[in-house]
Design a binder for this molecule. Structure first.
Ligand SMILES: C[S@@+](CC[C@H](N)C(=O)[O-])C[C@H]1O[C@@H](n2cnc3c(N)ncnc32)[C@H](O)[C@@H]1O
Length: 277
């Protein structure tokens, strides 16, 4: 079979299953099957499809038809221009989270704490972008931390990044000039409305703290002042309806200048605050 025919069949099967981005998904799965970059797929479609690649493609399409996210099937996700390994143990890093990264990079920092690091996408991106900085990340999930450590190795950042298992600030001592977090923030009653890709394949621990979705922010607000240097910054990602509630939590915890920032779609996406002098 030629690669072109296999590709067309993959698009047809994914389309018939109602997947909204069938052609894009098929291109990424074909790249994975052929072990080439996605921008070379159209060129490769002129060639016959090797047997091993055909088997890999069949496995990948079957997984996608079961609504497994493409990033978990290929094991990779691009974030801020770098490739991160993604497994079922970590949240697939989202483009929206680049809003928090951009805000973090808008001012100097030298010592970062990333709470709930998942794949390590936020901490490792910030360290890669600021060669003088060091950082610590926590996560409740040992399995997630293994993925983050692997990404630190792949990006050559092990000498500046450390990873500690525990509940938010519990394993942390010392103070930081930048604390970042993209915590779980989906309310319990919103879980049923998520796509199957998210609800059935991404870790529950990464998605929701239960209840009204604000518990992680309560924990972060409670510990922030004891872990920020004077004038240190706290930046958290939020769900689009949570800005006012999270800003109020930070102000009540004694932080100053709580601000709500928007993403490229003009939705509330980040709350920032700073520690008093
Ligand atoms: C929304 S994911 C974000 C992952 C990553 N920072 C990102 O932006 O792609 C939230 C992360 O918080 C972790 N987490 C959940 N509850 C936690 C807790 N009580 N203490 C520390 N980490 C926690 C989850 O395991 C998950 O990795």
């Amino acid at each position: 079979m030629t690669a072109a025919l296999a590709y067309r069949e993959a698009v047809a099967r994914l389309t018939a299953a109602g997947l909204p981005d069938a052609a894009r998904d098929a291109r990424l799965l074909m790249a994975h099957a052929l072990e080439i970059s996605a921008d070379r797929v159209m060129l490769a479609l002129h060639d016959p499809l090797p047997e091993a690649a055909a088997m890999r493609l069949e496995e990948a399409v079957t997984a996608r038809l079961a609504r497994q996210p493409v990033s978990q099937i290929t094991g990779q996700r691009q974030f801020w221009g770098r490739s991160f390994r993604v497994t079922r143990d970590v949240l697939d890093p989202r483009p929206e989270t680049e809003t928090l990264v951009a805000e973090a990079l808008a001012a100097p920092f030298s010592r970062i704490l990333d709470l709930g690091t998942g794949s390590g996408a936020i901490l490792l991106t910030l360290l890669a972008e600021r060669s003088g900085a060091t950082g610590i990340a926590t996560d409740l999930s040992d399995a997630a931390l293994e993925v983050a450590r692997g990404n630190a190795v792949a990006l050559g950042l092990t000498d500046r990044a450390s990873f500690l298992q525990g509940d938010w600030f519990a394993p942390i001592s010392g103070r930081f000039d930048l604390i970042v977090s993209n915590p779980p923030y989906i309310a319990a009653d919103e879980m049923a409305g998520l796509s199957p890709e998210v609800r059935e394949w991404e870790p529950h621990l990464a998605l929701t703290p239960g209840g009204d979705g604000l518990d992680a922010y309560r924990a972060i607000a409670a510990g922030a002042r004891d872990h920020l240097l004077p004038q240190g910054r706290l930046l958290v990602e939020i769900g689009p309806t949570q800005g006012a509630a999270v800003a109020a939590l930070f102000t009540a915890a004694g932080l100053a200048q709580a601000r709500i920032l928007t993403d490229l779609d003009n939705r509330h996406r980040v709350v920032s605050a700073i520690a008093p002098q």
